[in-house]
Structure formats: structure tokens, C-alpha cells
Ligand binder design. Structure first.
Ligand code: PLP
Ligand code: COI
Length: 341
């Protein structure tokens, strides 16, 4: 299969339309058989549930070309399970897990010409999503839904690739206790738009959100979880019911413990403790692991000893091991890679 003529090395994190996407409709209580289509547009009623009351959930995952030329995706079962939780929380019908995985496989296979070559620094981002399509004007769930999967080739999420980021502590909240922070709903991202635009206008790369109830504990950023390394080399990540359960973070904890022999734990992290950490990074499908050099709390700077030019040594080992597994250079734990072709 011939690859598309794309300058893979210079891709940013943007939308490039690819040839095929998967679509399935939910009507009269069941999903139809679904199909691949070349039509990238969605035509829905002006009063559709998604347009009026933001009834939409999504996932983010990637396809990689391995060193030996296979196309694989990473732990799609966990994305399917998370999307199931997201859909249930917004009273949306669940797209079954086996069909979710098959839809991802079929969409990636159909767009194989857009999967960036091994070593190019780019990957194929996969976006499964579901939204309410029929008119609803009273506040209630829609009766009809569409599930889609599209793909787009992407480069690094943050400009500058792996240059350490500067993050500010924001006064805005992203998620409420008992709210929707733990699911991947479009509404959480709408919540964060003003905060991210404001952060960028002030020269910061992202926001650190604190817990909304006490504003004393580290939550996450708008699009990634935090990961810290203590001075004695232990990996710690925030535990909270209002952050997204990152698949990358869960995988990194396993990698730290089982591949690198490090101690790793998920626990509440008081913001007060952040100044004592040796390394900090953001982790997620889009962010992979992006090092953080500095956190600014209302003018007070926390500068990590790893500085503003390099990834910290533990962060780097985690990055290399995780991406090694994803690209097939390092043997993956059983069931982590789904081979597409
Ligand atoms: N947190 C938020 C708010 C996100 O949007 C994402 C991206 O999916 C993550 C964390 C990272 O999750 P994952 O590693 O599953 O991509
Ligand atoms: C992802 O990492 O897949 C996300 O959905 C994050 C998003 C902000 C691009």
C-alpha cells in the first residue's frame, strides 16, 4: 500500500481529512449494522440533542507503524470501556465493546495510507465519538444517536515537541465533585476553553486544575493527567474521582513497576508537595509524556531541577519504554497491542 504524500515530520496536532470514517446510527432502541463512508460531513436537525444540550462523548487513541511494518493500536479495549462509562453517565446508549474495537480496526485499515511510517515522529490519531441526533427541546436525553470513528495523522500535541512546558495554576475549575470529570464528555472541554485561551494569552502552555472542593489537591490539565517523580525516584500520579482515568497513566504505572523496577503509586497529591518533586510530566494519548519544566502559582514559580531544556531522567525512561512498546521495539504485555494489519 502506497502512503500519502504528507510531510510526516512537520505535522502538528491538527485535523487532516482522511478517506474513510465509520458510521453507525441508533434508532428505535438499536444500533444499525454500521458502515465505512467517504462522507466527512454530518447533517443533523437544528434541535439535535448534541447541539442544544451537548450530549456527546468521545475517545482518543492512536495507530502506530511498528519497526517491522505492522500497524497496531494500543489497548483499544480500555477506550471502549471508558466510552461505555461516558455514555452511561450522559444517558446515551452504549456502542458495544467488540463493535467499538472492530470499528476502530476497520477505519484504520481503510486509512492505512495515512498511518505515518515508523520513525517519522507522527502517528494516526483515532477519534471515536457518539452524539444525540434527534430534536430535543425539553431537557432530556435524545432517542437517536450516531457513533462515528474518524482518523487524522498528527505530530506532537504541544508546539516544540518535547521541550519542557510551563503550566500555570488556574482559578477556574474543570470538574465538580460528583460531576463529569471522570468521563470523556465534550462538555468538560467546553468548560476549559476560556481557561486555555486565557493561559495561552498569558504565555502558558496549559492549566493545572486543582480539586474544586478544597483547591488544595492536584487534579489534571485540560487534556492530560500529571505524573511526578519524587527525589528518591518514585513515580506518583494524582488519584481523584474527578479526573479522567488516563489509559496512558495507567500503562505508565505498570511500565514503571514491571519494566523499570520503580515504585509507582496513585494517591492524592497536595499542591503543597509539588515543589518537592524532582520531575513532572503530562501524560495522555495526545500528550504522550510531555515534560513540565515550570509551574507558576499566581506569580510564584516552581522550577523543577530538570530545567527547561531536557526531559528528566525517569520521565525519559518512561517515555522511551512506553513508546518502545507502542512501536513494537519492546515486547508489550499480553493484550496491549491490537494488530490491525
Ligand atoms: N485527561 C484529559 C482531560 C484528557 O482529555 C486526556 C486525553 O484523553 C487524558 C487525561 C489522557 O487520557 P489517555 O491517556 O487515556 O489518552
Ligand atoms: C487525547 O489525548 O486523546 C485527548 O483526547 C486529549 C485532547 C485534548 C486532544
Amino acid at each position: 500500500m502506497e502512503k500519502k504524500n504528507i510531510d510526516w515530520g512537520n505535522l502538528g496536532f491538527g485535523y487532516v481529512q482522511t478517506d474513510y470514517r465509520y458510521v453507525s446510527d441508533f434508532k428505535n432502541g438499536s444500533w444499525d449494522e454500521g458502515k465505512l463512508t467517504e462522507d466527512a460531513n454530518v447533517v443533523i436537525n437544528e434541535c439535535a440533542g448534541v447541539l442544544q444540550y451537548a450530549q456527546t462523548v468521545f475517545e482518543g487513541m492512536k495507530a502506530y507503524t511498528t519497526e517491522d511494518g505492522r500497524i497496531v493500536t494500543f489497548r483499544p479495549d480500555l477506550n471502549a470501556e471508558r466510552m461505555e462509562n461516558s455514555a452511561k453517565r450522559l444517558e446515551m446508549p452504549v456502542f458495544p465493546k467488540d463493535r467499538f474495537i472492530q470499528a476502530v480496526v476497520d477505519t484504520v485499515k481503510a486509512n492505512a495510507a495515512y498511518v505515518p511510517p515508523f520513525g517519522s515522529g507522527a502517528t494516526l490519531y483515532i477519534r471515536p465519538f457518539e452524539f444525540g441526533t434527534n430534536p430535543v427541546i425539553g431537557v432530556k436525553p435524545a432517542d437517536e444517536y450516531q457513533f462515528r470513528v474518524f482518523t487524522t495523522p498528527v505530530g506532537p500535541y504541544f508546539k516544540g515537541g518535547v521541550k519542557p512546558l510551563t503550566i500555570r495554576v488556574t482559578d477556574f475549575d474543570r470538574a465538580a465533585p460528583n460531576g463529569t470529570g471522570h468521563i470523556k464528555a465534550g462538555l468538560n472541554y467546553a468548560m476549559s476553553m476560556h481557561a486555555i485561551v486565557d493561559a495561552h494569552n498569558q504565555g502558558y502552555d496549559e492549566n493545572m486544575y486543582l480539586d474544586a472542593a478544597t483547591r488544595t489537591k492536584v487534579e489534571e490539565t485540560g487534556g492530560a493527567n500529571f505524573l511526578f517523580v519524587t527525589k528518591d525516584g518514585k513515580v506518583v500520579t494524582p488519584k481523584s474521582d474527578s479526573i479522567l482515568p488516563s489509559i496512558t497513566r495507567r500503562s505508565l504505572i505498570y511500565v514503571a513497576q514491571h519494566y523499570l523496577g520503580l515504585e509507582a503509586e496513585e494517591r492524592e497529591i497536595p499542591f503543597e508537595e509539588v515543589k518537592d518533586f524532582a520531575e513532572c510530566g503530562l501524560c495522555g494519548t495526545a500528550a504522550v509524556i510531555s515534560p513540565v519544566g515550570k509551574i507558576v502559582d499566581h506569580g510564584k514559580e516552581i522550577c523543577f531541577p530538570t530545567g527547561m531544556t531536557e526531559m528528566g531522567p525517569v520521565t525519559k525512561k518512561l517515555y522511551e519504554t512506553l513508546t518502545g512498546i507502542q512501536m513494537g521495539r519492546i515486547e508489550a504485555p499480553e493484550g496491549w497491542l491490537q494488530v490491525i494489519e
